[in-house]
Design a protein around this ligand. Structure first.
Ligand code: COA
Length: 161
């Protein structure tokens, strides 16, 4: 979405519910096909579209999962599972508008409240600049066949008493 189209629009964050599962499934599918497809070979994307949307939507109720709302529509999701950031996905029409930034703030606040000392993420190539902006540092690369991911970590400052 063009920045001007988002001007003045509020991004609200709330906990994900079971009602959000079909929308989250669709956002992950579209982000894989339209966004991650720029960074990964077709064979990787074809495999991921068959597994990842289902895996993420079925885990939403066990993770500490959030969704982002713009104009009453769910446009993104992000979760925390233990000390690990999971499934940060934004609707391609709403990317580069600060949606993932708002979601990560919510995730990081939960991590802080749960006294997580270091937050970890298995980043896609696509999301690496986003996590780097959030202060995550590269730990190592991992390969699943042709799928390259980047394990990243960030120290969480201890909350003052
Ligand atoms: C990565 C992703 C979640 C970012 O969502 P987003 O809502 O567009 O991110 P934001 O608008 O909050 O971006 C914040 C900052 O991160 C950086 N950033 C985000 N996307 C970027 C990109 N594609 N290239 C370079 N920097 C990027 C920028 O510094 C950006 O600030 P700016 O727009 O003022 O320059 C989104 O691109 C996405 O859904 N990607 C596909 C799914 C994916 O790979 N998820 C990660 C799974 S581990």
């Amino acid at each position: 979405m063009k920045e001007t189209a988002m001007l003045g629009k509020q991004i609200a964050i709330r906990r994900a519910t079971a009602d959000d599962l079909p929308t989250v499934h669709d956002i992950v599918l579209r982000a894989l096909r339209e966004t991650n497809a720029k960074d990964y070979p077709g064979s990787v994307i074809n495999r991921l579209v068959l597994t990842l949307p289902e895996k993420i939507s079925s885990n939403l109720e066990t993770w500490h999962a959030f969704v982002a709302i713009v104009d009453g529509r769910v446009v993104g999701t992000a979760s925390l599972s233990g000390d690990t950031v999971k499934s940060v996905f934004v609707d391609p029409d709403y990317q580069r508008s600060g949606v993932a930034t708002k979601l990560m703030s919510a995730v990081e606040n939960v991590a802080l409240a749960q006294s997580v000392r270091a937050l970890n993420v298995q980043s896609s190539i696509t999301a690496q600049p986003f996590y780097a902006k959030w202060g995550f540092k590269i730990v190592r690369e991992e390969f699943f066949g042709e799928e390259r991911t980047i394990v990243m970590s960030k120290a969480i400052p201890v909350a003052p008493d």
